[in-house]
Design a protein around this ligand. Structure first.
Ligand code: MTE
Ligand code: MO
Length: 319
């Protein structure tokens, strides 16, 4: 029997095949950046297919020597191992049950403390927002993680376009409610529709992202098509999928997992290895596709960029 030895630091051949479309896009981005003379383009946009957060950090002069290397989670895993309770509780359910999920036409309601409320066609909502690609780690509260190349735009750019009023201190997001299409909503696993929220300063932080695609392709239904939030320093449940409403509020809005179990899931949900879930530790995580567990990093490794948002807060209390 032949046992393939994998050097963790190289791309394997199958990964290269998986990534071929993605890599082409990367090379295109790199070439366009160069031809535009964009020396200051974010280093994360210039990573090669098997580059990773370590490289990104190295570019910023941050040492990652004690960290195992991050590789992109294969497209297959990103799109077949999902939490999306509207499409079933099993990790393999969403890929099957969201196959025919209809995302066109799609509209988004903008309401609350905002100067430009209304019901927007998705295309109109996104008009004029600079498109980007971001590689982010996603850390699920169930102690697994993935590394995903997302396509989309900065949430801050959308919020700027919608112009919240000075009364707005938070923003709440809501998922589609449609039990005909989302069979999970016929059960009572959660209080439907799924809702999530951020403080406005979190939402306008440059890392907060709205995804419309991954790996350079349209977002699959199971990953939250056609529009989902990505908040890389928080547990995965904050990254709400298939958004139909964005609401600006004065008071801290309700969030689905907090409603379901306030003792286990707080509003903030910042990734924190020091605060255990009541039923399991958050010190380690299993990267999907890997065997050995990795240590979980504070703020999922984005602490140098986001910790200042929480200065003076007791993060054990505000978990
Ligand atoms: N509407 C909705 N959004 C959701 C969920 C959900 O059940 N419903 N699950 C969350 C959880 S727990 C995680 S870990 C991430 C998973 O995102 P992914 O499937 O793209 O990896 O989606 C989040 N967004
Ligand atoms: Mo999760």
């Amino acid at each position: 029997m032949l046992i393939k030895s994998h050097n963790k630091h190289d791309c394997t051949e199958s990964e290269v095949t998986d990534y071929s479309i993605y890599v082409k896009r990367r090379q295109f981005i790199e070439a366009s950046a160069r031809s535009l003379g964009l020396a200051a383009i974010a280093p994360s946009l210039l990573l090669s297919a098997c580059s990773d957060a370590a490289t990104e950090n190295a570019a910023k002069g941050i040492s990652n020597s004690d960290q195992p290397r991050d590789e992109l989670t294969p497209y297959e895993d990103v799109t077949s191992y999902n939490n999306f309770y509207e499409f079933g509780l099993d990790k393999s359910d969403p890929a099957k049950l969201a196959k025919n999920f209809k995302v066109k036409p799609w509209s988004v309601r903008v309401e609350g403390a905002v100067e430009k409320p209304g019901v927007y066609d998705l295309e109109d909502l996104l008009k004029g927002l600079p498109q980007e690609e971001r590689i982010y780690r996603l850390r699920c509260v169930e102690a697994w993680s993935m590394v995903i190349p997302w396509n989309g735009f900065a949430l801050a750019d959308l919020i700027k376009k919608l112009k919240p009023t000075s009364a707005a201190k938070y923003v709440q997001f809501e998922t589609l409610y449609d039990p005909q299409q989302m069979p999970g909503q016929k059960g009572r696993a959660l209080d439907w529709p799924y809702v999530e929220g951020l403080r406005l300063d979190e939402a306008t932080h440059p890392l907060a992202f709205m995804a419309t695609g991954l790996y350079g392709k349209e977002l699959p239904g199971q990953n939250g098509a056609p529009l989902r939030l990505v908040v890389p320093w928080k547990y995965g449940f904050k990254s709400i999928k298939s958004i139909v409403a964005i609401r600006f509020t004065e008071k801290q809005p309700a969030t689905s997992w907090n409603i379901a179990n306030p003792g286990e899931y707080g509003f903030y949900a910042n990734v924190n290895p020091k605060v255990s879930h009541p039923r399991w530790t958050q010190r380690k995580e299993r990267r999907i596709g890997e065997f050995l567990k990795r240590p979980t990093l504070p703020f999922n490794g984005y602490g140098d960029q986001v910790a200042s948002l929480y200065q003076g807060m007791d993060l054990k209390r505000y978990f």
